[in-house]
Design a protein around this ligand. Sequence first.
Ligand code: ZN
Length: 473
Amino acid sequence: MRISRLSGAALAVAAGALIGVPAAQPALAAPGAPGAPRYSAGAAGVGDPYFPDQGNGGFDVQHYDIAFAYDPATRHMDAVTTITAVATQDLDRFNLDFRGPEISELKVDKHPAAFTRDGQELIVTPRPKLKSGQVFSVTVKYAGTPPVITDPDGSLEGWVPTDDGAFVAGEPQGAPAWFPGSDHPTDKATFTFHATVPEGITAVGNGSLVSQTTENGRTTFVWDSAEPMATYLATVTIGNFTVTESATPSGVPIYTAVDPRLVTQSASAVSKIPDIIEYFSSVFGPYPFSSTGAIIDRAPNVGYALETQTKPIFSSAPSVGTMAHELAHQWYGDSVTPTKWSDIWLNEGFATYATWLWTEHTGGATAQQTFNNSSNYGRAATSSFWQTVLADPGSVDMFGSVPYNRGAMTLHALRGKIGDTAFFKLIKDWAAENRHGNTDTAAFIRSAEKASGMDLTAFFDVWAFQKGKPASW
Ligand SMILES: [Zn+2]
């Protein structure tokens, strides 16, 4: 793709140099002339170091409209997803990421398009071809049972059936289980979901509930996620839920959906949502989305929580600390998102450190005490914990303790190095400057150096890029 663009630019320069030359060069007016489309295939992936096939080249998704009916009893889904995208090159072919059930129809704009499938790649041949800058839609109709995806670390994601519905989570590669798209964190888009489920069951999506209508024993929930979202943060989780709607003191709407079997055990964590959002808003800056909440489901085979945008999802009753961790991700992870998965510490280190701050704020251990304890700096220098590089933990260990604990320790050590004033300004500015965007470790280091006026090369070298237990910094 880059080569084709460069050769196009070179050709434009060559042709420009010929201005004024009489019509002796008719060959240059052939299809390769400037302005004429130069069609090629979009890249199959964006080349992420951990998941190279994720995402796609040649277009930028603007919006997903995902409409489906799902019956928990049969685990059958009937779906139509419409993607609105802008071509970023002249395209005669492009890929989507999709691991879902059988496709019965695929259209680009109004035209049926040929397609093939190869693993997670859905390869589409649009006719007419697409010109760079063109806005186009892809409508994919599919039906069947969406798959459960097993991650490199053995955990389950994608569309995970539960005893009353489905637990739906997509980090880092589960989103294509239930909708086709460009499944890399760098291609954020807005989303609308239309989920139809048997009456009495609730379908809980990201963003705001636009409508809820029941007809002929089925209820359709329409959810709208108005702020850009990475695909891995999308959910429409389905089941029996006790729903509560309220608001934070500053007016952010809260929607919580709790499995009735977990209401009592979850009460403490749910009751703290307004306080957590208010406290984090004071430390990190304004809450980045137009609503918040939580989905607390019973999915014992999942065993983790995920910061699904606006409403983190929990597979069991969460502690207050876990609730704080997932809500902190709304700033760091969901709004400010890594450009590549190897920078996962920018998500997990920040969310873990946020929980240390919350614990101290509510009268528990100080951040310094947590830094020092046996799960953190107190670990033996010989432990495997210190032999993993923070800024490149590997796809198997990306959700291991290093991005979380060593990440939080790196932030606390940085705070000690540059002082509270510079540190808290830094993390607030980081959230504001990268709001709804993507960024990386190198940019964070530049921001930290700017905030502190210090050269932090040696500091980040020992904390983020080297194996071994930092002894001084
Ligand atoms: Zn996390």
